[in-house]
Design a protein around this ligand. Structure first.
Ligand code: PEP
Length: 252
């Protein structure tokens, strides 16, 4: 049997955190060595904190990622940030295609694909999010939606270093609801088959994270599902104890 990828537990802080939140990062860094033998840890703070956090984590097992990027390397795009700028600030990865970007900024799969390629151009890992809405799940379209999103949002030429896929059912984000382990297994297995068909052997090593209401109390159940190679954590990543509590699922 092929080795499974090394897990990644990534925290998406969204639009939360001020300079004082460095104290929470420091707590995460103190607890990181315990889990670092089994899993990678990443914190994706708001961009205002990126450079500070990147210098704080130097020499620790924690890395820092960003939450979005523009597809162009530079230019007249007021308020936007290029992947190159994020890399220059110390990010090693960037989340693209999060459902909040797809919903509030009307981002399409084609745009997400361009952002993922921009991430690669800047030497970053693209964490590409996919997932169905409540209506889509209820009308049994989950696999169709995930197929369309993976087919179009993921660029050609992916490998385990430049791509992480995050399956995040929209209805599970911030709601306290989660799919059953069997439902998670079905979607992650489906994504794995897509990655293998598309990228060959590399597709077996690309990490597929589960995201949506992961907390310490459900982490063991969700993170031990086949083809779940870690978690993308929103709300629970804002508290070091909860974030580390989730990562400790890999010590169980
Ligand atoms: C997210 O938005 O990426 C997420 C998983 O949020 P939460 O953990 O709060 O559901």
């Amino acid at each position: 049997m092929a080795d499974t990828p090394r897990p990644l537990v990534a925290g998406n802080w969204k639009m939360n955190g001020l300079r004082g939140s460095a104290a929470e990062l420091t707590k995460i860094m103190s607890g990181a060595p315990e889990v670092a033998a089994r899993a990678d840890l990443m914190v994706c703070p708001p961009t205002t904190l990126l450079a500070t956090f990147a210098s704080l984590v130097q020499g620790t097992p924690v890395t820092v990622g960003a939450q979005d990027c523009h597809a162009e390397p530079s230019g007249a795009f007021t308020g936007d940030l290029s992947a190159e700028m994020l890399a220059d600030s110390g990010a090693v990865a960037v989340i693209v295609g999060h459902s909040e970007r797809r919903q509030y900024h009307r981002e399409t799969d084609v745009e997400v694909n361009a952002k993922a390629r921009a991430a690669w151009r800047a030497g970053l890992t693209a964490i590409v999010c996919v997932g169905e809405t409540k209506d889509e799940r209820e009308s049994e379209k989950t696999l169709d939606v995930v197929h369309q999103q993976t087919q179009t949002s993921l660029p050609d030429g992916a490998n385990a270093k430049n791509l992480v896929v995050a399956y995040e059912p929209v209805w599970a984000i911030g709601t306290g609801l989660t799919p059953t382990p069997a439902d998670v297994a079905a979607v992650h297995g489906f994504i794995r088959r897509h990655l293998e068909t598309r990228y060959g052997a590399a597709g077996n090593d690309i990490r597929i994270l589960y995201g949506g209401s992961v907390k310490p109390s459900n982490a063991v159940e969700l993170l031990h599902v086949p083809n779940v190679d870690g978690a993308l954590v929103g709300g629970a990543s804002l508290k070091a104890d909860d974030f580390l509590g989730i990562a400790r699922a890999y010590l169980a």
